[in-house]
Structure formats: C-alpha cells, structure tokens
Design a protein around this ligand. Structure first.
Ligand code: ADP
Length: 317
C-alpha cells in the first residue's frame, strides 16, 4: 500500500480524554458457574483502560499525545504514570486522586478465549469538568480530541465544547455501548462504533450493507460528518456525507482481539490529518488493529509506526 506514513503523522497533536485501568487477568480452564470456585488459574496484570490504550496506540503510531485522566493514590497509579511516560505520553494532566483507587478491570479468560469482566472504575469515575478546564490550553493547541465513554459524560461534554470552539477535530469511540443524547452526538466530527455500539446508538440491527448505510445515515442526521463502523474480522464501513465504502480487513491469524478497537481509534487519531486522505487513515488504522490482534494484551499489542509501515509494505492494496 502506497501511503507515506511519516509525513504529517509525526507532528499530529492528539489529546485523549479517557480512562486508565489496571487489567487483572486470570486465565482459567473454564469460566466458573454461579457460586462455584475453580482452581488452576494463572494470574497476570497489564495496563489497560480505553483512554490509556488509545493514547499509547496513537503515541506508538507517531503522534504527540497528551492524556487527560485520573488515577488513584496507590501503587497501581504510580505504575500507570511510569508506564505512560515510558511510551512518550504526556501525563501532565493525569491527576492523582487522593482518597481514591486506580481503576481496575477484573477479567477471567477461559481456554476458548471467552471472557467475563467486572470493572471497578475507581478514580476514572471522578474525572470532572474542572480537570478538563485545567487541560484547556492543551486541547486548544491540539489537532485531534479523542474520547471514549469510560469517564463521566459531563467531563467529555466540557472537552467537546472547548474543541468545537477552537475547531479541533473530535473523534468519539462510543465504547462501552451506551445511549447518548442528540446534543452530545452533534459535537462529534468522526465516530468509530463497532457493530454493537452502532446498534445501541441507532437502533439498527447491523448485518449487510443496507443496515450499515441506514445506521450511518442516522449518525449523519445527528450532525456527525464521518462515520466509521468497525466490523471485526470483516473490516470497516466508512461513510461521509454522500459517499460510503466497505474496506475489507487485513488477513491475519488472530491470537487475542482485545483492544483491536482501541488500536484502531488511537491510530486513526494519529493519521486523520491533512496529509492523508480519510480512506488512507482508515486503512493504516485497520493495518495497526490487524497487527494488534496477532499479539496478546491490550496496550502491549499496539504496533509501532515502523511495524505498521513494514506490514503495509507487504500487504496488497
Ligand atoms: P472492537 O474491538 O471495538 O470491538 P472491532 O472488533 O470491530 O472493534 O475491531 C476494530 C478493527 O480491528 C476492525 O475494523 C478491523 O480492521 C480490525 N480487526 C479486528 N479483528 C480482526 C481480525 N480478526 N483480523 C483482522 N483485523 C481485525
């Protein structure tokens, strides 16, 4: 694929407003039944949270990234700051919330890769409009504001108001799936739902092309200029006013699809700029997401710009 990945993307300024969670993962032969205890699990931890995952994906793809988030006043919070800084993510606006714990996600994965998850939001639930105001200058100076739905909506609304006022492009990855007001959606420039999220927002059951056109149409009707519905191993559906196309996924052997959507949106924020067409930015993001599913982990699976470039050089257009 003939895309110059270096030009432009290195200087793209991205502010991510979102969550940080420490993922606590237990691999077990099977998921326990209600009231049952099973032995034989293996435990490991890994950094996660949709905001932090997308911030790291954007930074590895070459963007200049500021994360606005909250972590707890605990060891996990210290680890979060160290890890993000090691990835080159600016943490000036990651507040340490005294008297609160860092968000955690408790994940049980069975031998077939099925999982169940409980999230203890901790400090993420306290991200406030005041936190956003403290980061106002960074948002104003950015090219892209990237958000998800793991933090309180009033904080996201404040960030969106600042971005809209200053002509900053707003990308919303509407995950996890939840209903949103028309007023909130009307401030979004680019939305990246997966099938479940698209269905939740529009009421349209996603299947073939007709349903994708219909779902994208209702999102356009709320004032969103660009709709990208991600379709897992099928690829993605890109719709802008008056034009739409289906882009098939890159063929890979999946190992762990956790955070494919996070890598996609993070990478899109790095490449949705003036030097790449929107379609090229989506293709690059699909390549990054495909690479991420060949690796275990959430943040850990996000590829570098170099890995994406090499993968694209060997992939047919
Ligand atoms: P989410 O993780 O939010 O549910 P998706 O599953 O739709 O998001 O994945 C996002 C993108 O990642 C897809 O549009 C696709 O480009 C890529 N992707 C996901 N799963 C695979 C896969 N098995 N093979 C290749 N690409 C994949």
């Amino acid at each position: 694929m003939d895309v110059n990945l270096k030009a432009g993307s290195l200087s793209q300024k991205v502010v991510v407003v979102g969550s940080y969670n420490a993922d606590m993962i237990i691999k077990a032969p099977r998921l326990p039944r209600l009231g049952e205890t099973i032995l034989g699990g293996r435990f490991h931890t890994s950094p996660g949270g949709k905001g932090a995952n997308q911030a790291v994906a954007a930074a590895r793809a070459g963007a200049n990234v500021v994360l606005v988030a909250r972590v707890g006043d605990d060891l996990l919070g210290q680890e979060a700051l160290r890890g993000l800084q090691a990835e080159g993510v600016n943490t000036d606006h990651v507040s340490v919330d005294h008297g609160n714990q860092t968000g955690t996600a408790w994940i049980i994965v069975d031998d077939r890769g099925e999982n169940c998850i409980v999230v203890a939001s901790g400090a993420n639930a306290c991200l406030s409009p005041d936190d956003i105001l403290r980061a106002e200058a960074s948002i104003t100076a950015s090219d892209i504001l990237l958000m998800q739905l793991e933090c309180p909506v009033p904080a996201l609304e404040r960030a969106m108001q600042i971005a809209r006022r200053d002509n900053v492009t707003v990308i919303l990855n509407p995950a996890p799936a939840m209903p949103l007001s028309a007023g909130f959606l009307s401030g979004v420039s680019i939305i990246t739902p997966n099938e479940v999220e698209a269905e939740m927002l529009t009421g349209v059951k996603i299947g073939g092309e007709e349903s994708l056109v219909q779902a994208a149409g209702s999102l356009h009707n709320w004032g969103i200029g660009t709709v990208i519905i991600t379709l897992g191993a099928r690829g993605a559906f890109l719709s802008t006013a008056g034009e739409h196309r289906f882009l098939p996924a890159f063929q890979v052997t999946p190992v762990d699809t956790t955070a494919a959507g996070d890598v996609f949106s993070g990478c899109l924020a790095a490449f949705a700029d003036r030097t790449h067409s929107l379609q090229d930015a989506v293709r690059v993001s699909m390549a990054a997401a495909a690479l991420s599913v060949t690796k275990l982990g959430a943040q850990d699976s996000a590829p570098t710009l170099e890995a994406i470039t090499q993968f694209l050089a060997h992939s047919p257009r």
